[in-house]
Each structure stands twice: as C-alpha cells, then as structure tokens.
Design a protein around this ligand. Structure first.
Ligand code: ATR
Length: 302
C-alpha cells in the first residue's frame, strides 16, 4: 500500500450535526478499499476509527460502511472489486464463514468471523473479538488463573469465554435463560450459574456481554454489581454510553472497571494489524471512536 499524506479540513454537513474537524486521505487509483458489512450499519464506529488510523499511519486506504442484505453478492464483490479487507458485524458473523477460502483456527473454534483479509484473492477469516476483550482486560488484570464471570450466552459471550478458557482462566457463565447458558458453558468447558449467585461466588473478573444498559435504556443493569468484592475488575461490552450504569455501580463498589469502548478499540486495532501488518495507534483509534459516538449522539440506539 503506497504511503501518502492526509490533511484536515473543517467539514460542515447538510443535516444538523455540529461542524467537526476531520482528516481525509486523498483518494486515487491505488487507494485500497476496506469496509464493514452489517445490517444495520448506520451506527458503526468503524469508519471513524479505521479512517483515522489509516490517515495517521499514512496509508492510502479508505473504510466505508455497507448495509449488506445480500451477503453472497457482497462477498462476490470483495473478490471482484477487489476489496482489501472487511469487518463483519451483525447479522453476518456466522453466515460469512461459507464464503471464505480459509478460516483461522481461533475463529473456527469460536464459530464466528468478524474480520476478512483478502490476500491476493484468498479470503481469510479471523475473529478479533476474543483478542480485543483479553487486551482490554489486560489493561487492568492478568486473567490467567483468575475466576472470570461472563454474563450472557450469545456470540460475544462465546468469543470472550473461549479466549479466557484458552489462556487458563476459570470461566463461569451466568445467563437469564439457563438452558442457553448451560449449553455454552458445556461447549467451553466452563461452569454455569444463575445470575443471583454472582456476588456469592466472588469472581475476580465480571464481564457483561448482554446488551443491557445500552442507550436509550441507560439505567438498566443486567445484575446489581454492588455486592462484588472491591478487588474485582468489571468490564462491559456496551460502549454507548461509555460509562454504563453497570460500570458506574461497580466503580462505586470500589471495583476497577474496563469500558466497552476499550474492547471495541482493541478488536479494531487487531483488525488494522491483520490488514496492514502495522501496529495501530490505540490513542488515535479511541479518540476517533469517541468522536464518532458524539457525532451519532441521539441517533445511536442500536
Ligand atoms: P450477541 O450474539 O451479540 O452476544 P445475543 O445472541 O442476542 O447477542 O445474546 C444476548 C445475550 O444477552 C443472551 O444471553 C441474552 O440472554 P437470554 O439467553 O436469556 O436471551 C442476554 N440478554 C439480553 N437481554 C437481556 C436482559 N434484559 N436480561 C438478561 N439477559 C439478557
């Protein structure tokens, strides 16, 4: 990918969004194309985050959001255009696997792909959600040998639980619907418990992987964390708002907290590194994601 300069201009939009200063990269015939495939994608922070990261690294690349309903057609487009790399989000993380040439063993074990890398026409699938969560947690605690409570039993719980088990944490799955929780726990080699048992089990780490607390229901908490040991590290994968009610209550109980934006940025940085072979600037990506969240403002209800 050719290096090139980017520049900043003030950008005023037609709709009533405040003027913001943004960096743009000049686009030409050698610009590499990246993007996110999902439905919906109107709330995606990927374009804000990755375009700033490309610009900061001096890479001739752009990243766009594509609302994809025809996944087969979109994946044919990745080959045909060709696109250099794609982020995959809801609802395509599992179905995308059938359109790839190769799947990384970790993504295969998790059962979902959130990153596609196009290596000269060979489409390779990865999952950076697990890595992103472990990196984010690692800012506050080394999970090896610790007891980690994972709340929820969906795709995010599976990716995070898988990563934690693999590095040697003792994983406890807590879920509203016991059957779903038990199934996930069994497949990960973890234990299942009801939500009411959380504080009594004195976990070192607690991670909310459910959407509870996401705007606009900002006051909702999947479980009250006030009974947790103050030494616990509490993480939420919800990043809008950045400080959820769950994290606020955990902080008030004396726990250290890791917000969902930190995980989002780490999984994005892992994507950037897979695509470009270069280290991403976490600071640039976090600032850009925060700016993206502010811009989305009241429109962000995903
Ligand atoms: P993803 O794949 O994105 O992780 P998902 O498959 O929809 O999302 O899973 C969401 C998880 O959040 C599920 O475990 C769900 O619990 P159930 O298995 O009981 O449905 C959990 N969840 C969602 N809303 C919840 C709520 N209000 N209270 C408790 N758990 C909730």
């Amino acid at each position: 990918m050719a290096k090139r300069n980017s520049f900043s201009i003030a950008c005023w939009r037609v709709n009533p969004v405040p003027a913001v200063r943004r960096s743009f990269t000049l686009i030409d015939t050698s610009t590499a194309l990246y993007g996110v495939f999902g439905d919906p994608v109107a709330h995606s922070l990927g374009p804000a985050m990755h375009n700033q990261a490309f610009a900061r690294a001096g890479l001739n690349a752009v990243y766009l959001a594509f609302r994809v309903r025809d996944l087969a057609g979109a994946m044919a487009g990745v080959r045909g255009l060709p696109m250099a790399g794609v982020s995959i989000t809801i609802p395509h993380k599992v179905p995308v696997m059938e359109y790839l040439d190769e799947i990384d063993p970790e993504a295969r074990a998790i059962g979902a792909v959130n990153t596609v890398v196009n290596r000269d026409g060979h489409l390779m699938g990865y999952n950076t959600d697990s890595r992103g969560a472990l990196k984010a947690l690692g800012e506050k605690i080394d999970p090896v040998g610790k007891t980690a409570a994972v709340i929820g039993a969906g795709g995010a719980a599976r990716a995070i639980g898988y990563g934690l088990v693999k590095i040697g944490a003792r994983v406890l799955i807590f879920n509203r619907t016991p059957e779903k929780g038990r199934t996930l726990a069994r497949s990960l080699g973890a234990e299942f418990h009801g939500l009411a048992d959380l504080a009594g089990l004195r976990p070192d780490i607690v991670i909310n992987t459910t959407p509870v607390g996401m705007a606009p229901a900002r006051d909702a908490m999947v479980v009250d964390p006030s009974g947790l040991a103050p030494a616990a590290v509490v993480m939420d994968i919800v990043y809008n708002p950045v400080e959820t009610a769950f994290l606020k209550a955990a902080r008030a109980a004396g726990c250290r907290v890791v917000d969902g934006l930190t995980m989002f940025v780490h999984q994005g940085a892992a994507q950037f590194e897979l695509w470009t072979g270069r280290k991403a600037s976490l600071n640039v990506m976090r600032r850009a994601a925060l700016q993206g969240l502010e811009l989305l403002g009241g429109r962000f209800h995903a």
